[in-house]
Design a binder for this molecule. Structure first.
Ligand code: MRU
Length: 355
């Protein structure tokens, strides 16, 4: 797989996912404002990927600061973090990564003021978050591969792959690991209206890896869960509440209910940084509302009468009762989720949580 994002001497390089699959182009973000725009405008997307990108944005902002003493550098850091945090509200990995960078800043700023040393420590921390994300996804894959059938069809929604992370993927990481073990899977990918992450991104990266993939429209999922021999569903997540409720791409909830109706297991694969144990339930998860034009238009072409009102929530919440298991890098959680998730979270070194 080609890299989703990269830290370079000139800034943060993002694979422009808006152009895929037609074009493989990178956008170089030369300052933290450009990084924030890259996240907001979905040049980069997917919960872990935007967390890693935000961490690099913090490192870049501090690297470019000319502050002469700690107080003004601290004020600049607050501004950088606020700008990056305001880009997208649902994926908690963004807030998680920013908090981790803030904690790094606090420890690096002990002792005599040395802006260069602080900037270097933040750069190291962002690179560590990047490298850890790939290792975490591989661990998710190892824990989840055994839950996949030995052969047959597996359905996924949106893109929770290498493109949504620093590499390898969460839901697609589980699939990659299962295929590496010799399991013979065919992946059914929902196209994922309105943004088409399934059509544009998921099947693109699966085909690159030679994993058999079949594209369906979202409204075909029920049909194939009922009659199409789908043996399991695996999706990613943007935020998971303490009770196991899962926010993920709009349409995930419908798939989960249809999976339950047809006795198909519904798995969620996500790193511990996607857990928000400060929220009792999914009711409290903020849901991003995006531009109505994404619904009234298809790839820029109008498909509805001019001026018709449209709703465009980017995510929905699947109640935990529909979730067969949550696969993390530290193991697999099953109901009752509150206890299981707290235990898995306690195994993580970085337990900063969004408040
Ligand atoms: O709006 P997006 O494309 O950022 O939404 C992405 C998803 O919903 C993914 O399923 C989720 O972030 C998990 S990615 C490993």
């Amino acid at each position: 797989m080609i890299p989703t994002l990269e830290w370079t001497a000139d800034g943060v390089k993002l694979l422009d996912q808006r152009r895929l699959p037609a074009r493989t182009e990178y956008l170089l973000c030369r300052d933290y404002h450009a990084v924030a725009l890259g996240i907001r405008d979905m040049v980069v997307r997917g919960a872990p990927a935007i967390g890693v990108t935000a961490a690099m944005g913090v490192a870049l902002g501090v690297k470019q600061s000319r502050a002469a003493e700690l107080e003004s550098l601290q004020r600049e850091l607050d501004e950088i973090c606020a700008t990056l945090h305001a880009t997208r509200p649902t994926a908690v990995n963004l807030a998680w990564a920013i908090q981790r960078m803030r904690a790094c800043f606090q420890s690096a700023s002990q002792g005599p003021f040395d802006r260069g040393r602080i900037a270097a420590r933040l750069e190291q921390e962002a690179l560590a978050i990047y490298a850890e994300d790939i290792a975490i996804n591989q661990a998710i894959g190892r824990h989840g591969a055994g839950l996949m059938p030995d052969q047959g069809r597996v359905l996924t929604h949106c893109n929770a792959g290498a493109l949504a992370t620093a590499g390898y993927g969460t839901a697609l990481g589980v699939i990659r690991a299962a295929v590496a073990q010799g399991k013979q899977l065919e992946i059914f990918a929902d196209e994922t209206r309105p943004y088409l992450q399934g059509a544009r991104l998921t099947v693109w990266e699966l085909l690159q890896d030679g994993i058999p993939a079949r594209l369906i429209t979202d409204n075909m999922a029920g049909h194939f869960l009922h009659h199409g021999g789908i043996r399991a569903v695996v999706v990613g997540a943007d935020r998971i509440a303490a009770n196991g409720d899962v926010a993920n791409k709009i349409g995930t909830y419908s798939v989960a209910v249809l999976a339950r109706e047809n006795q198909v297991p519904f798995y969620v694969a996500a790193p511990v940084s996607t857990l928000d144990l400060s929220l009792a339930s999914g009711e409290q998860i903020p849901i991003e509302e995006r531009a109505p034009e994404e619904v009234t238009h298809f790839q820029g072409v109008p498909v509805a009468p001019t001026g018709v009102p449209a709703a465009n929530p980017a995510f929905d919440v699947t109640p935990s009762r529909y979730v067969s298991a949550i696969i993390t890098e530290h193991g697999v959680a099953r109901a009752p989720y509150e206890t299981a998730l707290r235990e898995l979270a306690s195994k993580s070194q970085h337990t900063v949580r969004a408040g």
